[in-house]
Design a protein around this ligand. Structure first.
Ligand code: DAH
Length: 348
């Protein structure tokens, strides 16, 4: 038995040395320790032995089984370790590598400009309010001192719905009216209203039948044009930098008296004159003025006690200037390359 055992051990050792992978090591295990293997076979002879012989035989057999099991298991463990190390090496993650960029959606650039303006005005105590886009002629025109047949209506080629009393608002100014009416004629008002407006314009690089305005209104006692100037100056500096200068030019709107166009100094040429400012050194960014006494009166405010200013920015125009966008249609076409650019432009 001893001889047999030594031969078997030597055989296993030789085979184990020749084994090159985990699979064959496992096969060896199945063969030598399995039911039909040499160990089983040797065990089956036990029954023919005397109790004395059995004792001796059994011990040798047991040792043999132990040794073979240990050798093969060790080999298997070696291979498993090797496999694991190879796997770890090949799957190693270099955490210092730049991550793969996953394309995500981004807000329309108008969102950024509107949010920025909202923040500045909210910090000055203004409320951000909303108004209906399908509006009554009464609020869009009449209450703003623009009666039926007034030539100013032609400038705002309006989309009428059903009859001539219901329309898509051509400006956000009706929200002034609604806000003042809601305030009841006896409390101060500070509000801005960013929102969509509509005009029957043919779309081109600078016109869009739908665009965003940001209306503003402040009504209180002893408000003068210099308050408007200070407010406009603050917002211009926030949007276009501390060196931005502002000026007013006389203008005409039916709902303000006096009315002005508000200009900022050209940030591209610093006022020297360039294509952006059409060589004037100035860029117009909004219409504004002191709320017309008729409008105050229409909304229940006594013009002898109350005064106020109002303004209307074009959001697209501001965004085009600030982010160097040369076509208004960019905001409304779903070109993903453009919207990806928006984020970049805002970050710069
Ligand atoms: N509603 C005017 C427009 O659409 C813009 C405007 C000008 C609004 C002067 C105002 C203002 O509140 O005071 O052309």
């Amino acid at each position: 038995m001893k001889e047999q055992s030594e031969r078997l051990l030597a055989e296993v050792e030789t085979k184990l040395q020749a084994v090159t992978d985990l699979k064959s090591a496992n096969e060896l295990k199945v063969y030598y320790l399995g039911k039909k293997g040499p160990i089983s076979e040797l065990t089956s002879h036990m029954k023919d032995l005397s109790p004395e012989e059995k004792k001796e035989y059994g011990k040798v057999l047991n040792d043999l089984k132990q040794t073979i099991t240990t050798s093969i298991e060790e080999k298997i463990k070696d291979f498993e370790m090797q496999e694991l190390n190879e796997k770890l090496a090949s799957e190693q993650i270099d955490v210092t590598l730049p991550a793969t960029k996953i394309p995500t959606g981004s807000p329309n650039i108008l969102e950024y400009i509107i949010e920025e303006i909202e923040e500045v005005f909210m910090s000055m105590g203004y409320d951000v309010v909303d108004g209906p886009e399908v509006e009554e002629d009464h609020y869009n025109f009449e209450m703003l001192n623009i009666p039926k047949g007034h030539p100013a209506r032609d400038a705002q080629d309006t989309f009428y719905i059903e009859d001539e009393n219901i329309l898509l608002r051509s400006q956000t100014s009706p929200v002034q009216i609604r806000t003042m009416l809601a305030a009841g004629g006896n409390t101060p008002v500070r509000m801005i209203c960013p929102g969509k407006t509509y005009r029957r314009d043919a779309d081109d690089a600078t016109h869009s039948h739908q665009f965003m305005q940001i209306e503003g209104l402040l009504v209180d006692k002893n408000i003068s044009l210099s308050d408007l100037k200070g407010t406009f100056d603050t917002i211009a500096k926030k949007l276009f930098g501390e060196n931005c200068e502002t000026r007013f030019r006389p203008s005409y709107y039916q709902f303000t008296e006096p009315s002005v166009e508000t200009d900022i100094s050209c940030f591209a040429c610093k006022g020297k004159g360039c294509a952006l400012c059409k060589n004037t050194g100035w860029i117009t960014v909004s219409g504004a003025g002191m709320v017309h006494p008729n409008v105050l009166r229409n909304c229940g405010y006594d013009p002898n006690v109350w005064s106020g200013f109002a303004f209307g920015f074009g959001a697209e125009r501001l965004a085009m200037l600030k982010y160097g966008i040369d076509d208004i249609r960019t905001f409304y076409q779903t070109d993903l390359r453009e919207s990806a650019n928006f984020d970049r432009k805002v970050e710069e």
